[in-house]
Design a protein around this ligand. Sequence first.
Ligand code: NAD
Length: 321
Amino acid sequence: MSMKRILVTGGAGFIGSHLCERLIEMGHEVLCVDNFFTGARQNVEKLLDNKRFELLRHDVTIPLSIEVDEIYNLACPASPIHYQFDPVQTTKTSVLGAINMLDLANRLKAKILQSSTSEVYGDPTVHPQPEDYRGNVSITGPRACYDEGKRCAETLFFDYSRQHRVRTKVVRIFNTYGPRMHPQDGRVVSTFIVQALKNDDITMFGDGQQTRSFCFVDDLIEGLVRMMHTPDNILGPLNLGNPNEFSMRQLADLVIEMTGSKSKIISRPLPTDDPKQRRPDIQLANELLDWSPTIQLKEGLALTIAYFDRLLRSDAARFGA
Ligand code: NAD
């Protein structure tokens, strides 16, 4: 494979940093662009000495003039705590960010992949969710800045493809977890692990019967890279996620068991518009990419727990806790 120059927006975030690493391992040059809202330099620390890696602080809502062959557009806060902090900026990041990156791709004749989300399905009435399900999204609720921003970004990707012949790809990512998740992102995997490691109470929203399916980050990265390499007539949208479904109660029990924690589970009211069930239908990814997740929850959790354990210990050492 020939060396390419690849832009990863949001590359200092959780998923983006793993993608940058993978692209560097594949022998490419990587330009990582991030405004560090939820990302951090530490996430790409290992790459900073590499001559093929560049890190640029930049906000994707502002146009960028560079030369690249491919673009992975990942910039966007992904957890409710972060995307609801400044909802207008979240919508701008998805919509203006998509326009700016698509304009760049158009000018450079570069291929561009959008990281969309299972949240475009909202609180689904169809289960599991295939790509042609149009979703059940609140237009006005507190999650809409993210869900509708991502929906509009998808629309833009398809319009740039039809109108300007830009080579676009859209993937819809379902819950992904792994090392370098933000410890305070309020997402269930990181929250439960951090609470368990600290022996704090585990906060369960509702009765814990709501389900999610969790994809380990390495599996997801494999799917993103394979999608980028599909022929130009494959645009997506394409679901990427792990179809194995777990209730929040099962997840909490597993985390407590694996960390040997003394934490107790306590119940809290369900947040507004929280989906009750979420599971990807990944038949299309199976057919088009010959892709399916290979890492089981227990294996992925062990790696994630080890990461948070190291992080908490280094914080404790630094702050004398
Ligand atoms: P993350 O918050 O760790 O990463 C997002 C990155 O984008 C961060 O580094 C952040 O600083 C950066 N960013 C935010 N706004 C920006 C802006 N205006 N300009 C430049 N950089 C900006 O989240 P993540 O989990 O790594 O998510 C990456 C992508 O994957 C997002 O687009 C998200 O919507 C999508 N996604 C993630 C999940 C998941 O489970 N993690 C699920 C569905 C979709």
